[in-house]
Design a protein around this ligand. Structure first.
Ligand SMILES: [Zn+2]
Length: 69
């Protein structure tokens, strides 16, 4: 199963995040601190969801804007 590595923002421990847990906030296996949700695939956001997602996400966000015209 694919997995990703996320370093804990509190203690720096490396945490393995299974790919099927994408977008789920977990806990550090070392210090039990809350880990931010990890996204490895693009999220489709709208005018209604963009501001809340970016404001709540604790890390950097890469945004690509496009329009159908
Ligand atoms: Zn930790």
């Amino acid at each position: 199963m694919a997995s990703f590595q996320l370093n804990c923002p509190r203690c720096g421990a490396a945490n393995r995040i299974p790919a099927d847990k994408e977008g789920v906030a977990g806990r550090c296996g070392s210090c039990r601190a809350q880990l931010p949700p990890l996204y490895s695939t693009p999220r489709a956001l709208t005018d209604a969801t963009f501001d809340a997602f970016v404001a709540a996400y604790p890390g950097p966000v890469l945004a690509e804007f496009w329009a159908p015209w």
